[in-house]
Design a protein around this ligand. Structure first.
Ligand code: WQD
Length: 340
């Protein structure tokens, strides 16, 4: 059975990807320093797939520990690298924390695999900034990121591309996520924001369950159908399945070059107010919201062109906004009855 190393595998997208890797017949080993996730997720994953994946607590910034770990592995087919800090606002307040963590971990990983590994990298549509043309394709120019977090994704992609250029045995696929939302249909895993959620959907579900007050819609004066900002929301399970498709492409050596980039979205944009409406329609829960000022650093609208992902990964998002909202709500209700 092919073994995949998943760094950050107890996180939101990582945990859902572990489930889909298992479903696709892969063996998984997770490394995670649990700095932004809860170890109980391992038991939750076991409840879904019937076995607890191998887990090693490891901080990828610790070069010696990474060397020891990699030296002890003999059968890793590929790596999916999720482990990184990802809070946009926090990155503005603590840039060095983000640059140190997100770059040390990536560089240690590549170094200890001697630049000879098949790697799927967790990137973000943030690298596009506000695209000039929509939907945005993978060929669109990247723009100066609005935050140190976004900058770490841009620079990480450059580090990988430049290393691939001189390391033919390093084969990388960077996956540019749009907005991952929702939860597993079992409601046993989902997003676990720490503190007040910065992202829209976890704030919506916490507001609906009474943990938070009314939602503030950050701006309704954008040049969009209803004035609120547009994003391409994608179900986290669809996103997880795309990682399996990327690993298969690397495993079968189908890639045209040893560095490829793919957009992972639905190809459809939704405004904030449309998301709020979709939540109310799919859950029957009434939401309270107010219109506030725009949030610093937000772009007006973005949605992805996913033609290349469909053609080369053989993958398309299948779950719509209604399932995204209902699954997120079911997870929030599960958390109320089963606090982590
Ligand atoms: C979505 C829309 C907000 C909260 C960021 C990162 C991206 C990825 C996902 C990590 C925006 C509006 C939000 C609220 C609101 N992160 N909003 N009220 O900013 O598009 O993307 O998170 O992988 O890389 O950049 O996501 O969910 O924060 O915001 O009106 O309480 O919802 O202004 O228009 P964003 P988001």
């Amino acid at each position: 059975m092919s073994k995949i190393l998943v760094t950050g595998g107890t996180g939101f997208i990582g945990s859902h990807t572990v489930v889909e890797l298992h479903n696709a017949g892969y063996e998984v080993i997770i490394v995670d320093n649990l700095s932004n996730s809860n170890p109980k997720i391992l038991k939750q994953i076991e409840s879904i797939i019937g076995i607890q994946p191998e887990f090693v607590a490891l901080d990828l910034c610790d070069e010696i520990k990474v060397k020891e770990f990699v030296a002890a592995q003999t059968d890793i087919l590929g790596v999916i690298h999720f482990a990184a800090f990802k809070a946009v606002g926090e990155s503005v307040q603590q840039p060095l924390k983000y640059y140190r963590n997100n770059f040390y971990s990536l560089i240690n990983l590549i170094n200890e695999f001697n630049s000879s590994v098949k790697l799927v990298f967790s990137s973000s549509c943030t690298v596009y900034g506000q695209p000039d043309v929509l939907p945005v394709t993978e060929d669109a120019p990247t723009k100066k990121a609005e935050s140190p977090y976004g900058n770490t994704k841009q620079i990480a992609e450059e580090i990988l591309q430049e290393t691939c250029a001189v390391s033919p045995d390093l084969k990388v696929i960077s996956l540019r996520y749009f907005n991952p939302v929702g939860a597993h249909h079992t409601a046993l895993i989902g997003e676990l924001p720490i503190g007040v959620p910065q992202n829209l959907v976890p704030f919506i579900t916490q507001s609906a369950i009474g943990k938070r007050g009314p939602i503030t819609v950050y701006g309704n004066d954008y040049n969009t159908p209803d004035g609120s900002a547009v994003r391409d929301y994608i179900h986290v399970v669809d996103l997880a399945k795309a990682h399996v498709a990327a690993i298969k492409r690397l495993e079968n050596d189908e890639a045209e070059s040893n560095y490829e980039v793919f957009n992972l979205g639905t190809g459809t944009g939704s405004t904030v107010l449309q998301v709020i409406d979709a939540f109310e329609q799919s859950t029957g829960q009434k939401l309270n919201y107010t219109i506030g000022p725009r949030r610093d650093g937000d772009i007006e609208q973005v949605w992805g062109d996913v033609t290349k992902s469909a053609r080369d990964l053989g993958w398309k998002a299948e779950l719509g906004i209604s399932e995204m909202m209902s699954s997120a709500w079911n997870w929030e209700k599960y958390l109320k009855d089963n606090p982590f």
